[in-house]
Design a protein around this ligand. Structure first.
Ligand SMILES: Cc1cc2nc3c(=O)[nH]c(=O)nc-3n(C[C@H](O)[C@H](O)[C@H](O)COP(=O)(O)O)c2cc1C
Length: 264
Protein backbone atom coordinates (compact mmCIF):
# COMPACT_ATOMS: atom_id res chain seq x y z
CA UNK A 1 0.00 0.00 0.00
CA UNK A 2 1.34 3.40 -0.93
CA UNK A 3 1.56 5.63 2.12
CA UNK A 4 0.08 9.06 1.67
CA UNK A 5 1.25 12.13 3.49
CA UNK A 6 -2.12 13.47 4.58
CA UNK A 7 -1.60 13.50 8.32
CA UNK A 8 1.45 15.77 8.26
CA UNK A 9 -0.11 17.89 5.53
CA UNK A 10 -3.18 18.47 7.57
CA UNK A 11 -1.36 19.07 10.78
CA UNK A 12 0.75 21.68 8.97
CA UNK A 13 -2.34 23.17 7.40
CA UNK A 14 -4.08 23.31 10.75
CA UNK A 15 -1.07 24.93 12.35
CA UNK A 16 -0.93 27.52 9.58
CA UNK A 17 -4.61 28.28 9.79
CA UNK A 18 -5.03 28.18 13.49
CA UNK A 19 -1.72 29.02 15.04
CA UNK A 20 -2.01 28.51 18.76
CA UNK A 21 -5.67 29.43 18.78
CA UNK A 22 -6.49 25.85 19.33
CA UNK A 23 -4.48 22.79 18.64
CA UNK A 24 -5.94 20.78 15.89
CA UNK A 25 -4.61 17.43 14.91
CA UNK A 26 -5.54 15.14 12.12
CA UNK A 27 -4.39 11.77 13.10
CA UNK A 28 -4.43 8.63 11.02
CA UNK A 29 -3.37 5.24 12.11
CA UNK A 30 -0.72 4.13 9.58
CA UNK A 31 -2.27 0.74 9.06
CA UNK A 32 -5.78 2.07 8.61
CA UNK A 33 -4.87 5.08 6.58
CA UNK A 34 -7.06 3.97 3.71
CA UNK A 35 -10.00 3.16 5.90
CA UNK A 36 -10.78 6.24 7.93
CA UNK A 37 -9.52 9.49 9.30
CA UNK A 38 -10.05 10.32 12.87
CA UNK A 39 -9.85 14.00 13.59
CA UNK A 40 -9.27 15.18 17.10
CA UNK A 41 -10.56 18.62 17.84
CA UNK A 42 -8.44 19.28 20.87
CA UNK A 43 -9.32 22.45 22.64
CA UNK A 44 -6.63 22.17 25.33
CA UNK A 45 -4.66 25.24 24.38
CA UNK A 46 -7.44 27.20 22.90
CA UNK A 47 -6.85 30.81 23.74
CA UNK A 48 -10.31 31.50 22.45
CA UNK A 49 -11.77 29.19 25.02
CA UNK A 50 -9.62 30.57 27.77
CA UNK A 51 -10.73 34.06 26.84
CA UNK A 52 -14.32 32.99 27.11
CA UNK A 53 -15.20 32.79 23.46
CA UNK A 54 -16.10 29.15 23.18
CA UNK A 55 -18.38 29.61 20.24
CA UNK A 56 -15.35 30.23 18.07
CA UNK A 57 -14.72 26.53 17.76
CA UNK A 58 -18.09 26.27 16.10
CA UNK A 59 -17.16 29.13 13.80
CA UNK A 60 -15.59 29.38 10.43
CA UNK A 61 -12.19 27.90 11.10
CA UNK A 62 -13.14 24.59 12.64
CA UNK A 63 -15.93 24.21 10.14
CA UNK A 64 -13.62 24.90 7.19
CA UNK A 65 -11.08 22.41 8.41
CA UNK A 66 -13.64 19.64 8.65
CA UNK A 67 -14.93 20.51 5.20
CA UNK A 68 -11.45 20.57 3.68
CA UNK A 69 -10.43 17.24 5.11
CA UNK A 70 -13.70 15.64 4.05
CA UNK A 71 -13.35 16.89 0.50
CA UNK A 72 -9.66 15.99 0.26
CA UNK A 73 -9.97 12.33 1.15
CA UNK A 74 -12.17 9.61 -0.26
CA UNK A 75 -12.63 7.77 3.00
CA UNK A 76 -14.91 8.49 5.95
CA UNK A 77 -13.80 11.21 8.35
CA UNK A 78 -14.83 11.05 11.98
CA UNK A 79 -14.44 13.75 14.61
CA UNK A 80 -13.71 13.15 18.27
CA UNK A 81 -14.58 15.83 20.77
CA UNK A 82 -15.12 16.52 24.43
CA UNK A 83 -18.15 18.28 25.84
CA UNK A 84 -15.96 21.33 25.22
CA UNK A 85 -14.14 23.72 27.50
CA UNK A 86 -15.94 24.17 30.82
CA UNK A 87 -19.38 24.10 32.38
CA UNK A 88 -20.05 27.70 31.38
CA UNK A 89 -19.37 27.12 27.73
CA UNK A 90 -21.13 23.98 26.69
CA UNK A 91 -21.66 24.25 22.99
CA UNK A 92 -20.99 20.73 21.89
CA UNK A 93 -24.39 20.36 20.25
CA UNK A 94 -23.53 23.37 18.12
CA UNK A 95 -20.06 22.01 17.34
CA UNK A 96 -21.37 18.53 16.59
CA UNK A 97 -24.04 19.97 14.29
CA UNK A 98 -21.45 21.98 12.37
CA UNK A 99 -19.21 18.95 12.14
CA UNK A 100 -22.12 16.98 10.68
CA UNK A 101 -23.09 19.76 8.28
CA UNK A 102 -19.54 19.80 6.97
CA UNK A 103 -19.49 16.17 6.04
CA UNK A 104 -18.11 14.17 8.94
CA UNK A 105 -19.28 10.57 8.95
CA UNK A 106 -19.53 10.20 12.71
CA UNK A 107 -18.89 12.09 15.92
CA UNK A 108 -17.33 10.58 19.03
CA UNK A 109 -18.18 12.46 22.19
CA UNK A 110 -16.47 12.20 25.58
CA UNK A 111 -18.98 13.52 28.09
CA UNK A 112 -16.57 15.64 30.09
CA UNK A 113 -15.32 19.18 29.68
CA UNK A 114 -11.63 19.85 29.14
CA UNK A 115 -11.44 21.64 32.49
CA UNK A 116 -12.91 18.61 34.17
CA UNK A 117 -10.15 16.42 32.72
CA UNK A 118 -11.06 12.94 34.03
CA UNK A 119 -12.91 13.96 37.18
CA UNK A 120 -16.43 12.62 37.77
CA UNK A 121 -19.13 12.84 36.82
CA UNK A 122 -19.20 12.00 33.16
CA UNK A 123 -22.23 13.56 31.47
CA UNK A 124 -24.04 10.92 29.46
CA UNK A 125 -27.06 13.24 29.09
CA UNK A 126 -25.11 15.46 26.72
CA UNK A 127 -24.33 12.41 24.57
CA UNK A 128 -28.05 11.64 24.54
CA UNK A 129 -28.86 15.20 23.52
CA UNK A 130 -26.31 15.24 20.70
CA UNK A 131 -27.50 11.83 19.53
CA UNK A 132 -31.10 13.02 19.39
CA UNK A 133 -30.17 15.93 17.11
CA UNK A 134 -27.69 14.36 14.71
CA UNK A 135 -28.32 12.02 11.82
CA UNK A 136 -24.75 10.72 11.53
CA UNK A 137 -23.71 8.04 14.02
CA UNK A 138 -22.76 9.24 17.48
CA UNK A 139 -20.14 7.32 19.41
CA UNK A 140 -20.61 7.65 23.16
CA UNK A 141 -17.53 7.80 25.35
CA UNK A 142 -16.73 8.09 29.03
CA UNK A 143 -16.22 5.72 31.95
CA UNK A 144 -17.06 2.45 30.21
CA UNK A 145 -14.99 -0.05 32.16
CA UNK A 146 -17.33 -3.04 32.20
CA UNK A 147 -19.79 -4.81 29.97
CA UNK A 148 -22.68 -3.65 32.14
CA UNK A 149 -21.63 -0.03 31.83
CA UNK A 150 -21.36 -0.39 28.06
CA UNK A 151 -24.96 -1.58 27.95
CA UNK A 152 -26.04 1.26 30.23
CA UNK A 153 -24.37 3.83 28.00
CA UNK A 154 -26.19 2.46 24.96
CA UNK A 155 -29.48 2.43 26.79
CA UNK A 156 -29.09 5.83 28.39
CA UNK A 157 -27.99 7.73 25.32
CA UNK A 158 -29.27 5.73 22.34
CA UNK A 159 -25.79 6.17 20.85
CA UNK A 160 -24.80 4.09 17.84
CA UNK A 161 -21.44 2.89 19.09
CA UNK A 162 -19.35 3.21 22.17
CA UNK A 163 -15.70 4.09 22.58
CA UNK A 164 -13.66 2.57 25.38
CA UNK A 165 -10.60 4.34 26.76
CA UNK A 166 -9.05 3.67 30.15
CA UNK A 167 -11.13 0.56 30.76
CA UNK A 168 -9.11 -1.31 28.15
CA UNK A 169 -5.74 -0.45 29.64
CA UNK A 170 -4.25 -3.72 30.79
CA UNK A 171 -7.59 -5.30 29.99
CA UNK A 172 -8.02 -5.93 26.26
CA UNK A 173 -10.53 -8.65 27.17
CA UNK A 174 -13.08 -5.95 27.88
CA UNK A 175 -14.11 -5.80 24.23
CA UNK A 176 -15.00 -9.51 24.15
CA UNK A 177 -16.85 -9.11 27.42
CA UNK A 178 -18.88 -6.22 26.06
CA UNK A 179 -19.68 -7.97 22.77
CA UNK A 180 -20.73 -11.18 24.46
CA UNK A 181 -22.78 -9.38 27.09
CA UNK A 182 -24.63 -7.34 24.51
CA UNK A 183 -25.36 -10.42 22.42
CA UNK A 184 -26.18 -12.95 25.14
CA UNK A 185 -26.39 -11.20 28.50
CA UNK A 186 -23.56 -13.37 29.80
CA UNK A 187 -19.98 -12.46 30.60
CA UNK A 188 -17.08 -14.73 29.59
CA UNK A 189 -14.76 -16.01 32.30
CA UNK A 190 -11.99 -13.62 33.32
CA UNK A 191 -8.56 -14.42 31.87
CA UNK A 192 -6.32 -16.46 34.13
CA UNK A 193 -3.22 -14.74 35.56
CA UNK A 194 -1.09 -16.76 33.11
CA UNK A 195 -3.19 -15.56 30.18
CA UNK A 196 -2.95 -11.99 31.36
CA UNK A 197 0.81 -12.15 31.66
CA UNK A 198 1.19 -13.91 28.34
CA UNK A 199 -0.87 -11.29 26.50
CA UNK A 200 1.05 -8.53 28.26
CA UNK A 201 4.37 -10.01 27.13
CA UNK A 202 3.10 -10.41 23.56
CA UNK A 203 1.95 -6.80 23.48
CA UNK A 204 5.27 -5.52 24.76
CA UNK A 205 7.30 -7.74 22.43
CA UNK A 206 5.33 -6.32 19.52
CA UNK A 207 5.90 -2.81 20.80
CA UNK A 208 9.65 -3.56 20.87
CA UNK A 209 9.52 -4.91 17.31
CA UNK A 210 7.84 -1.71 16.26
CA UNK A 211 9.89 0.83 18.19
CA UNK A 212 13.05 -1.02 19.13
CA UNK A 213 13.67 -2.48 22.55
CA UNK A 214 14.94 0.69 24.22
CA UNK A 215 11.89 2.81 23.41
CA UNK A 216 9.43 -0.06 23.27
CA UNK A 217 10.11 -1.11 26.84
CA UNK A 218 10.09 2.41 28.20
CA UNK A 219 6.81 3.24 26.51
CA UNK A 220 5.35 -0.02 27.81
CA UNK A 221 6.11 0.52 31.49
CA UNK A 222 2.71 2.02 32.18
CA UNK A 223 1.09 -0.94 30.43
CA UNK A 224 2.95 -3.36 32.69
CA UNK A 225 1.56 -1.47 35.67
CA UNK A 226 -1.98 -1.66 34.26
CA UNK A 227 -1.70 -5.38 33.53
CA UNK A 228 -0.38 -6.10 37.03
CA UNK A 229 -3.33 -4.42 38.74
CA UNK A 230 -4.96 -6.91 41.05
CA UNK A 231 -1.95 -9.22 41.31
CA UNK A 232 -0.59 -10.08 44.72
CA UNK A 233 2.11 -7.60 45.75
CA UNK A 234 0.98 -5.20 43.03
CA UNK A 235 2.33 -2.13 44.83
CA UNK A 236 5.94 -3.29 44.91
CA UNK A 237 5.61 -4.87 41.47
CA UNK A 238 4.40 -1.53 40.14
CA UNK A 239 7.56 0.09 41.36
CA UNK A 240 9.64 -2.58 39.69
CA UNK A 241 7.61 -2.31 36.49
CA UNK A 242 8.36 1.40 36.41
CA UNK A 243 12.06 0.61 36.07
CA UNK A 244 11.95 -2.24 33.56
CA UNK A 245 14.58 -1.51 30.92
CA UNK A 246 14.82 -4.59 28.72
CA UNK A 247 12.84 -7.59 27.58
CA UNK A 248 15.09 -9.72 29.74
CA UNK A 249 14.02 -7.73 32.80
CA UNK A 250 10.41 -8.03 31.70
CA UNK A 251 10.67 -11.84 31.49
CA UNK A 252 12.29 -11.89 34.95
CA UNK A 253 9.49 -9.75 36.33
CA UNK A 254 6.86 -12.02 34.84
CA UNK A 255 8.56 -15.04 36.39
CA UNK A 256 8.57 -13.28 39.75
CA UNK A 257 4.86 -12.48 39.45
CA UNK A 258 4.14 -16.11 38.55
CA UNK A 259 6.17 -17.31 41.55
CA UNK A 260 4.42 -14.88 43.90
CA UNK A 261 0.95 -15.26 42.55
CA UNK A 262 0.65 -18.76 41.27
CA UNK A 263 3.34 -20.93 42.74
CA UNK A 264 3.07 -19.65 46.33
C1 LIG B 1 -3.70 6.48 27.30
C2 LIG B 1 -4.77 7.34 26.66
C3 LIG B 1 -4.55 7.90 25.41
C4 LIG B 1 -5.53 8.69 24.80
N1 LIG B 1 -5.30 9.23 23.57
C5 LIG B 1 -6.25 9.98 22.98
C6 LIG B 1 -6.05 10.55 21.69
O1 LIG B 1 -5.00 10.39 21.07
N2 LIG B 1 -7.06 11.29 21.16
C7 LIG B 1 -8.25 11.48 21.82
O2 LIG B 1 -9.14 12.14 21.30
N3 LIG B 1 -8.46 10.96 23.03
C8 LIG B 1 -7.51 10.22 23.62
N4 LIG B 1 -7.72 9.71 24.86
C9 LIG B 1 -9.01 9.95 25.52
C10 LIG B 1 -9.94 8.77 25.30
O3 LIG B 1 -10.18 8.55 23.94
C11 LIG B 1 -11.27 8.97 25.99
O4 LIG B 1 -11.95 10.07 25.41
C12 LIG B 1 -11.15 9.24 27.47
O5 LIG B 1 -10.17 8.39 28.06
C13 LIG B 1 -12.49 9.00 28.16
O6 LIG B 1 -12.93 7.68 27.98
P1 LIG B 1 -12.78 6.60 29.18
O7 LIG B 1 -13.56 7.16 30.35
O8 LIG B 1 -13.36 5.34 28.60
O9 LIG B 1 -11.32 6.51 29.50
C14 LIG B 1 -6.76 8.92 25.47
C15 LIG B 1 -6.97 8.34 26.73
C16 LIG B 1 -6.00 7.57 27.33
C17 LIG B 1 -6.26 6.98 28.69
Amino acid sequence: MEMRAYPDDYINLAQRLLGDMFYFAVKACDMDIDEYYSMFLVSDVSRQFQEGNPTYIAGKTGCEIVKEVVSAVDIPVTVKMRKVWDDDSINCLEVATIVEENGASAVALHGRTRQQYYKPPVDWDIIKEVKSHLTIPVIGNGDVNSAEKAKKLYEHTGCDMIMVGRGALGNPWLFDEINQYLKTGTIPPKPTPEEKLSVMVKQIERMCELKGEYLGIRQSRKHIVWYLKGFRGAASLRNEAGHTSSLEELYALVQKVLDMHINS
